[in-house]
Structures are given as structure tokens and as C-alpha cells.
Design a protein around this ligand. Structure first.
Ligand SMILES: CC(C)(COP(=O)(O)OP(=O)(O)OC[C@H]1O[C@@H](n2cnc3c(N)ncnc32)[C@H](O)[C@@H]1OP(=O)(O)O)[C@@H](O)C(=O)NCCC(=O)NCCS
Length: 161
């Protein structure tokens, strides 16, 4: 059985450990992290999935950013413990995080990731959005949370820029 809960301050380092385990060393050198430095994630959208033994099976965080003048969410990091991958936990935390974001009134989510994976959640290439370099433009993906959501375009900048 999996419990999906909002991340608490006590979860922070356990979640960091999961990200360290799942991503290549030096993940924080990625340019997308410069959009996150010293900015709080959107707490109510950060989720932790714990298993029967209380271990962290999966976690997801979201950060606020701007695309041009438009507020948007940067999805990630998201990771699933190597022993639990392929069981649907990634899909669970992504779908639930996105559903909560929609309920909270956010209009746009973007991320840097693999289109073949995120396509199943409705994400597609954002050709007119520019992440801080160096980012492979093919990996910049987005999802409008409302039908009438304007198409995102412009440079992605920090929330406090
Ligand atoms: C990517 C990740 C979050 C997926 O979570 P998961 O719980 O393993 O995936 P799910 O069970 O929800 O989905 C499994 C499906 O996704 C596919 N999939 C997983 N990673 C994929 C990828 N990078 N590209 C394409 N498909 C992928 C699997 O092949 C499987 O396909 P199927 O349903 O056709 O069999 C997880 O594997 C992970 O943490 N990986 C390491 C960290 C990482 O890469 N994070 C994402 C950064 S962009």
C-alpha cells in the first residue's frame, strides 16, 4: 500500500537522498536549478509516496517560475526509488501533482524531460519557450491546465526576477 502525502519539512533530506540516488552526480549544476536557488517550492504541490515500510518510494516537487510575464510551474525533480520503478508511482505523483496544481488555479506546467515518458500525461514540446542555457530545446515540454490557457512563449526566468 502506498500513502501519498504532502511533503513536510521533516521529509526534506530523505527526498534529497532519493533525488541523489536517482540522478547523475552534480544534478544541482543543471541550469534549471538556477531557477530554483533560494526560492521555495510550492509546498502544497510537493508530494511524497511512502510504502508499507515507511520508505520513500517516490517524490515530486514544483517550483514557481515566469515564462515571459506569465506565471508557470516548473515540474521537478520527480523520481522513483530504483526498486519501485515501473510500478506506476511516477505516474501517480505526476498526475496527482498536476491535478492539485489545476485545483490551485495554476494555468501552465513546464519541465525538462523525456517526451516519450511525459507525453502520456499530455506534455508536449514547447517550441517557443526558452529555458536558461544549456538546455536541449527538444526536452522543454509543457502542459496547459485549462482549455483556454494561452500558449506559453518567451524566456523562462526566476519567480523573483
Ligand atoms: C522516470 C521515472 C520518474 C518514471 O517513474 P516510474 O514509476 O518508473 O514510471 P511509471 O511506472 O509511471 O511508468 C512506467 C512506464 O514509463 C516508461 N518510462 C519510464 N522512464 C521513461 C523514459 N525516461 N522515457 C520513456 N519512457 C519511460 C516505462 O518504459 C514504462 O512504460 P510502459 O508503461 O509502456 O511499460 C522513474 O523511472 C525515475 O525516477 N527515473 C530516474 C530519475 C528520472 O529520470 N526522473 C525524471 C527526470 S526527467
Amino acid at each position: 500500500m502506498i500513502r501519498l502525502e504532502q511533503e513536510t519539512p521533516e521529509d526534506w533530506w530523505e527526498v534529497e537522498n532519493l533525488f541523489d540516488l536517482c540522478f547523475a552526480p552534480g544534478r544541482e549544476a543543471l541550469s534549471s536549478y538556477r531557477l530554483r536557488d533560494d526560492i521555495d517550492p510550492v509546498a502544497e504541490l510537493c508530494l511524497v509516496a511512502r510504502d508499507e515500510g515507511d520508505g520513500v518510494g517516490a517524490a515530486i516537487r514544483f517550483w514557481p517560475v515566469r515564462v515571459g510575464e506569465t506565471p508557470a510551474l516548473l515540474l521537478g525533480p520527480v523520481a522513483v526509488h530504483p526498486t519501485r520503478q515501473g510500478e506506476g508511482l511516477g505516474g501517480l505523483v505526476i498526475r496527482e501533482g498536476v491535478a492539485r496544481a489545476r485545483r490551485a488555479g495554476w494555468r501552465h506546467v513546464l519541465l525538462v524531460g523525456d517526451a516519450p515518458y511525459y507525453g502520456r500525461f499530455g506534455f508536449s514540446r514547447l517550441a517557443s519557450v526558452e529555458m536558461p542555457p544549456p538546455t536541449n530545446p527538444e526536452r522543454v515540454l509543457g502542459l496547459n491546465l485549462f482549455e483556454d490557457g494561452k500558449e506559453l512563449r518567451g524566456r523562462v526566468t526566476r519567480w523573483d526576477a
